[in-house]
Design a binder for this molecule. Structure first.
Ligand SMILES: [Fe+2]
Ligand SMILES: [Fe+2]
Length: 138
């Protein structure tokens, strides 16, 4: 049986995935200027991946007996395209910290399927972090 702590962490993860899927998609709509033009399609592509993460984690949580939250953590779209990328890099860093923690809790509870799921998602978040970091490089 999954612990309450693990179920709560999965819901924290879902709230974050909902946040960034909306955040990145609205940035795709709102990004302006020459720099915005170069990043808007990247925002859309990653937004769709984040929604898929929300789905995968919600399915896992449902299987473990929890109910997925519908409430995202606070969405920060940002003003300039560069500020958007900075916000997203920060969001990915926070996701990486949380997902490493979830993997360690899941391993401790011998829940290898949840650990494997978050290992895959963590790899995607590191890739997103790398994308946003590279976009900020001079
Ligand atoms: Fe994600
Ligand atoms: Fe991400």
């Amino acid at each position: 049986m999954a612990s309450i702590q693990l179920l709560e962490k999965l819901n924290e993860a879902i709230a974050r995935e909902l946040q960034v899927s909306v955040q990145y998609m609205w940035q795709h709509v709102m990004a302006k200027g020459a720099y915005g033009y170069t990043v808007r399609d990247i925002f859309k592509k990653i937004a769709i991946q984040e929604m898929k993460h929300a789905e995968d984690i919600a399915e896992r949580l449902g299987y473990l007996g929890g109910a997925p939250t519908t409430r995202p953590t606070p969405i920060e779209v940002g003003k300039s395209a560069r500020e958007m990328v900075q916000l997203n890099k920060q969001a990915e860093e926070e996701a990486i910290v949380l997902y490493r923690e979830i993997i360690s809790i899941a391993e401790h509870e011998k829940d290898t399927v949840t650990a494997a799921l978050f290992t895959d998602i963590l790899a995607a978040e590191e890739e997103h972090h790398n994308t946003f970091s590279s976009l900020l490089a001079e």
